[in-house]
Every structure is written in C-alpha cells, then in structure tokens.
Ligand binder design. Structure first.
Ligand code: AHG
Ligand code: MN
Ligand code: MN
Length: 338
C-alpha cells in the first residue's frame, strides 16, 4: 500500500515561516502553536455545545465592558485562552474583549516579548443557534521598557502587527493566519486532530459581487452610506450590479466569505453608534492585516484601518473591508458626508 501524502500541518507551516527569519528564536512559532491548542479546545466545546446545553449555552449573569450580556461560551473561550496563554512564557501582556483591563502574566510562568489581543469568541448572537462563530487574534511585539508589558503595548496601530489570524468554527473548523508573508488557511481534520493546509496563499478578488452589512440599521445611517448601498442594489450588468446581500452577523464568518469570494463587509458608524460597533484592536486591525495581505483593503471610510492609533483598549471604529475596488467605491460615497 502506498503511503498517504498528508498535507503540510499548521505546526510545520508555522515552523517553516519562522525559519525564513534569520533572527528567529522559536518563540513566535511557540506562541502560534499555543493559540492553535486553544483553538482546538474551543472547537471541541463549540461542536458539542448542544449536548450540554445547560452548561454551555445561554447567558451568564455578567455584563462586559461593552454593556453586552456575556454568553457562557464567551466566558469559557476567554478563560480557556487566557489560562493556556498565560502559561506559555512568550507573552508580556494580553488584552481581551471580555476583560475591561489588560491581562497580566503571573510571575511564576515567566514573561516573553510578545503581546496578544483577543476576541475569544466572535458572533455571540449566533452561539445558541448553531451558526458559525470564531476566535480572532492579533500579535505585536512589546514596546514598553519593563518586563511586564504596559497598556501602551496594547495600543499600537495595526500596521505594527507581527501576525494575526482567526479560527472559524463553521461547517468545518478553519485556521487562517498571516505573519506578513501572505495569508494561509488550514482545515481541521478531527480524525487526526490536526489542521492541514487547505488554502495556501489566499488572494481576494479585486472586485466582488457581494455586500455584507446589517441593513436593519439603514435609517440610522449617513446619507453617503445609504447611497452606497442603494448603488449596490441598482441594476447595471456592466458593473455586476445588483450585488448579492449576505450577512451572517459573525464577523469571522462574514469576513471568511469576503476573503474567499470577494466583495465588501462593512460595519458603519451610525446614529446610535457614532464610532461604529467593531473593536479596533481585536476585530478590525487583525482582519485588516489579513485582508491587506491577501491583496484587499480595509478602511474606516476615511483612512486605512491599520493606521488608526488606538486611544484605548476597547476602541471602536467604522469598518469597510474586502475587495480593493469595492472598498474604494465605498470611500467615494462616504466622502459625500464630509
Ligand atoms: P462579539 O460577538 O465578539 O461581541 O462580536 C459581534 C460583532 C461581530 O461579530 C458582528 O459582525 C457584529 O457584532 C454583528 O453586529 P449586529 O448584530 O449589530 O449586526
Ligand atoms: Mn467580535
Ligand atoms: Mn467576542
């Protein structure tokens, strides 16, 4: 019998990626591998959630810094990643959507030179209904002088990211990441317990045919935003309109589709959220890094999303992200609002 040609595992890919850097010490690979383990644990929990609904589904008694009710699976994912990553020795400090304040690393575990920002579980409103959810992460190098890291380490602009990625718990579990050398995707094979390379060097189409936005907010939008969506709905064969509308309500799922098929995902500022809804550090910046590395574009409508300097850990920005030509068209319409 011939040996099976097993594809590159994620662990191998990360190691080869790191090997390309002369100054590599192995810490970066180590860190990504720890995130990978957390992803496997959360993936198992998400996949069997319905079987232990009482314990895993529904809301906790807690409300997070954003005023949102914390779901049991949000809390589980957050605790899982934090406990695992605090022990890894590669991190100086962490920030998470579910923690008001920066998360420190206990002395006994030792500290490293990296900084991690997390959305432990994205798409909370879809947890209980078996719709795709995910985990988003963003990695920086520590810039503060002390060993323990400081808030300034968590407030770096997206253009300083060393790596970013997401794990999508969908019809299959996929791990997508960039370390600044293209975007690579891996699919989890539960029978061997490994992520295997399934989407090498992902490139986003320059122009798509799908738009993704919560249109329920239409009456809260600016004129430019309304006009842009109306434009996408007009019939014009030559420019591929009308676009299709697709909105899952989990950024990870909407972004994954946008990355593979092209088009635009947006969460605009509106009258009830004048700064937008999505958080810069652990939602917008990592997704912007991934989409730019795939040849796309990410904007606040006015400027490159990765150039925004965060003023606070849980800062929000408006986001327009996806195919380059689509994002540029959105920016043109939004210029009317200025
Ligand atoms: P989270 O579950 O991490 O709080 O993020 C939810 C975000 C994002 O996943 C999604 O794109 C957006 O909120 C959906 O918001 P609306 O329900 O307002 O459309
Ligand atoms: Mn989120
Ligand atoms: Mn979340």
């Amino acid at each position: 019998m011939q040996a099976e040609q097993t594809g590159l595992t994620l662990t191998q890919h990360i190691r080869l990626e790191q090997k390309a850097h002369a100054s590599a010490t192995g810490e970066f690979s180590g860190l990504l591998n720890e995130i990978l383990v957390a992803g496997k644990v959360i993936s198992r929990e998400v996949n069997t959630a319905g079987l232990k609904a009482e314990m895993v589904l529904g809301v906790t008694d807690n409300v997070n810094v954003h005023g949102e009710k914390v779901q049991k699976l949000d809390e589980y994912s957050n605790n899982t990643i934090i406990h695992l990553l605090q022990r890894c020795g590669y991190l100086a400090i962490m920030g998470s959507e579910e923690n008001d304040e920066p998360i420190t690393i206990p002395e006994k575990y030792g500290k490293g030179k990296y900084v991690l920002l997390l959305d432990p579980l994205d798409g909370s409103s879809n947890i209980d209904v078996n719709v795709s959810i995910g985990t988003i992460f963003s990695i920086y190098k520590k810039i503060s002088s002390g060993e323990s890291g400081a808030t300034e380490d968590l407030l770096q602009p997206g253009n300083r990211q060393v790596a970013a990625g997401y794990i999508l718990y969908g019809s299959s579990t996929v791990f997508i990441y960039t370390a600044g050398n293209g975007v690579h995707g891996f699919t989890f094979d539960p029978s061997v317990g490994e992520f295997l390379l399934s989407h090498p060097n992902i490139k986003i189409p320059q122009k798509g045919g799908i738009y993704s936005v919560n249109e329920g907010n239409y009456n809260l939008w600016s004129n430019g935003q309304k006009k842009y969506v109306e434009y996408l709905r007009e019939i014009d064969k030559a420019t591929g309109r009308p676009y299709k509308a697709r909105y899952v309500g989990s950024m990870v799922a909407d972004l994954h589709r946008t990355l593979l098929k092209g088009g635009i995902f947006m969460y605009p500022a509106d009258k009830s959220s004048p700064e937008g809804k999505l958080r810069l550090g652990y939602e917008c910046a990592p997704m912007a890094f991934i989409v730019e590395q795939a040849g796309g574009k990410a904007s606040t409508g006015k400027q490159r999303a990765m150039d925004v300097i965060p003023a606070k850990l849980h800062q929000r920005i408006p986001l327009y992200i996806g195919s380059k030509e689509d994002v540029e068209m959105a920016e043109k319409f939004l210029a009317e609002d200025l």
